[in-house]
Design a protein around this ligand. Structure first.
Ligand SMILES: [Ca+2]
Length: 116
């Protein structure tokens, strides 16, 4: 029994090591907040999410630019402050370069850069 357990643990360590090697150091979840509202990317920087966490009637959206263009794309949290956020894949398929969270009638956070 002891031998079986050691084997399983060793195997898991090898898999974990391979995952670490395959993931660039800079690729991780990035987040920016504005009050309680938040915009964040997933670890691939290809998916952006906007979360409205303030029940104040001001809609929330995430704005972002990708590495291929200076055009600003955006995605909103369609159901407002109700549970659940709004997210989308990068609209032109490129990694997100920078993003911010904006609250209607109030303003936006600073830009968060995914390479920082
Ligand atoms: Ca919501």
């Amino acid at each position: 029994m002891g031998k079986v357990k050691s084997f399983v643990v060793a195997g898991a360590s090898v898999i974990a090591a391979l995952l670490v090697v395959a993931t660039p150091a800079s690729a991780h979840r990035e987040s920016i907040t504005h009050g309680s509202d938040e915009a964040f990317t997933d670890s691939t920087h290809l998916v952006i999410t906007a979360c409205d966490r303030e029940a104040d009637g001001n809609g929330v959206r995430a704005e972002y630019e990708t590495w291929s263009t200076t055009r600003i794309f955006s995605v909103g949290d369609a159901n407002g402050s109700a549970s659940g956020c709004g997210s989308e894949l990068s609209e032109n398929g490129y990694e997100i370069y920078r993003f911010r969270v904006c609250e209607a009638n109030v303003g936006c956070s600073r830009w968060e850069y995914t390479d920082s």
